[in-house]
Design a protein around this ligand. Structure first.
Ligand code: PLP
Length: 418
């Protein structure tokens, strides 16, 4: 057939422009990454044509002999990478994985206890107009206003009062590690199931650079496209006794046909996540976040009213608290965009500004680590960000420094796909 450039020049142009944007700007959205070419190839393949409702060896469609191989590889690699009893690789996304978890662990009207969205939790952990907030009774916990951290004594007190059926430990915007063992013991004490949503930090877990929730949780969900650096999708891990429940919650509970091209791409990403190279990249990711935290903690930033939630980070992101700064989250995001750095504004706990504006920024290092950033490049980008946010820099000059960093760390240089 004809190429996309011929068939649909408007969309071909979007692909070209987006590739160029990714190549020439610095991606610091904490939930994003760059997939390797092998993942793009699997995802852009003829496997997209195949219906495969059911599971390997138990399909409701013929012709699944090859896609079965792909799904079995993805399952085996996920189990081995994370040391899990059972894996389900069919969730289309993190949100649909989470819907399946709740479907497997609870009934409508049961109580779910998760980190409040305003304090760094995800929409699917009980936000009012999300399925989770509509179907379940929500008892949200929050971070301690002084430390910015989750206080496990308070989580326990709250659990003793609320009697949740399910406790979810996980976050979208929180710069610290969670205490999985303490969550497990609270869940046991109140008779709740423990679900860990490791969407953000699963790449760090895979590399052995973050405690694993797998030994403690009944079910673990994750996205595959954040630190894990695979195709946009979800993944579930479960203890053996919940395997059947989880599988039937995904299909036929939540989804129809699985996206076999995405599952093949997941298999590729999970293979790569077991390599030394991947581990080394996750180390640079953490190192970059440390460098960023240190730079944004210096005197000039403090004087400009810039603070870090919890005072630092032990993961792949920092949360900048701009409540005392003269610029808000929206202005800060726009300012960095103007110089070629992409981040997202993010509410901070007890944010006085509305969610569309916010008083915070979430800045992450996974995508730049994938791009090849090491200590020197992270030091330079951290200084560019601090200079911009303190209002000291000349915009043209900052833009030039960003451009140089991008040029020195080429991305998808061999990609001439359109
Ligand atoms: N869970 C957490 C903790 C997340 O941060 C996210 C993504 O932002 C999700 C789930 C949802 O993933 P998706 O956007 O693929 O639905």
């Amino acid at each position: 057939g004809e190429s996309i450039a011929k068939v649909d020049p408007e969309i071909a142009k979007v692909l070209d422009q987006e590739l160029h944007r990714q190549q020439t700007t610095l991606e610091m959205i904490a939930s994003e990454n760059f997939v390797p070419r092998a993942v793009l190839q699997a995802q852009g393949s003829v496997l997209t044509n195949k219906y495969a409702e059911g599971y390997p060896g138990k399909r409701y469609y013929g012709g699944c002999e090859y896609v079965d191989v792909a799904e079995n590889l993805a399952i085996e690699r996920a189990k081995s990478l994370f040391g899990a009893d059972h894996a389900n690789v069919q969730p289309h996304s993190g949100a649909s994985a989470n819907a399946a978890v709740m479907h497997a662990l609870a009934n409508a009207g049961d109580t779910l206890m998760g980190l409040s969205l305003a304090h760094g939790g995800h929409l699917t952990h009980g936000m009012k107009i999300n399925f989770s907030g509509k179907l379940y009774n929500i008892a949200a916990y929050e971070v301690d206003p002084e430390t910015g951290r989750i206080d496990m004594d308070r989580v326990r007190e709250q659990a003793l009062q609320a009697h949740p059926n399910v406790i979810v430990a996980g976050w979208s915007a929180y710069p610290r590690q969670l205490e999985f063992e303490a969550f497990r013991s609270i869940a046991d004490e109140v008779g709740a199931k423990l679900w860990v949503d490791m969407a953000h930090f699963s790449g760090l877990v895979a590399a052995g650079l973050h405690p694993s929730p797998v030994p403690f949780a009944d079910v673990v969900s994750t996205t595959v496209h954040k630190t894990l650096a695979g195709p946009r999708s979800g993944l579930l891990l479960a203890k053996q006794d919940l395997a059947k429940k989880v599988d039937s919650a995904v299909f036929p509970g939540q989804q129809g046909g699985p996206l076999m091209h995405v599952i093949a791409a997941k298999a590729v990403a999970l293979k790569l996540a077991a390599t030394e190279e991947f581990k080394e990249r996750q180390q640079r990711t953490l190192e970059g976040a440390q460098i960023l935290a240190e730079r944004l903690g210096q005197a000039d930033a403090k004087e400009a009213g810039i603070e870090l939630l919890s005072g630092g980070t032990d993961v792949h992101l920092v949360l900048v608290d701009l409540r005392k700064s003269s610029i808000d989250g929206q202005q800060a995001e726009d300012l960095l965009h103007e110089i070629g750095i992409t981040v997202n504004r993010n509410a901070v706990p007890n944010d006085p500004r509305p969610p569309r504006v916010t008083s915070g920024l979430r800045i992450g290092t996974p995508a730049l680590a994938t791009r090849g950033f090491g200590a020197a490049e992270f030091t330079e980008v951290a200084d560019v960000i601090a200079t911009a946010l303190t209002g000291k820099g000349d915009i043209e000059q900052l833009r030039g420094r960003v451009r140089t960093l991008a040029e020195n760390t080429p991305l998808y240089a061999d990609l001439t796909q359109y």
